[in-house]
Design a protein around this ligand. Structure first.
Ligand SMILES: [Zn+2]
Ligand SMILES: [Zn+2]
Length: 147
């Protein structure tokens, strides 16, 4: 008898089928992605706003407020909004099924999944802090100039 195939995520036994998706945790051992146990949709990190859309709104709002408030305050508003967006994404960041929107249970996620979630959270936290600092600096510069 061949040795049993084990899931590389939860170490549970895999069925000997063409589809190497683990029936316990949804980890697809063939293409190394996690799938929803309910609908077989792909589980991804759900980001309210990606860095790209955050950058887009910083530029758009920054330019609009630049027009009305001037360069420094405009930049401060844009970066402030960016910081709020990054924080919102940070708070809402979680694994979610792309098909049915279901959240996988925490026990099904591997250490690798959790690590990437925390790394992602950390990157948004750093982003939010950088944006907030930038906004504060621009705001203070503006105050120093007018006051
Ligand atoms: Zn598994
Ligand atoms: Zn699903």
């Amino acid at each position: 008898m061949e040795p049993a195939l084990l899931c590389s995520s939860c170490a549970g036994p895999l069925p000997r089928t063409f589809d190497r998706t683990c029936p316990r945790c949804g980890w697809d051992n063939q293409v190394a992605i996690r799938k929803c146990l309910q609908c077989k949709g792909m589980i991804t990190l759900n980001e309210t706003m990606t860095y790209r859309s955050i950058a887009g709104s910083i530029i758009a709002l920054g330019l609009i407020s630049w027009y009305f408030l001037g360069q420094l305050l405009g930049g401060a508003v844009g970066l402030g909004i960016g910081s709020i967006c990054a924080l919102t994404t940070l708070v809402n960041l979680r694994h979610k099924c792309g098909g049915c929107g279901r959240r996988p249970e925490g026990r099904l996620l591997s250490r690798h999944d959790k690590n990437s979630l925390w790394l992602r959270r950390l990157s948004y936290l750093v982003g939010a802090l950088v944006f907030a600092t930038g906004a504060g600096v621009l705001y203070l510069k503006n105050r120093g100039r007018t006051g």
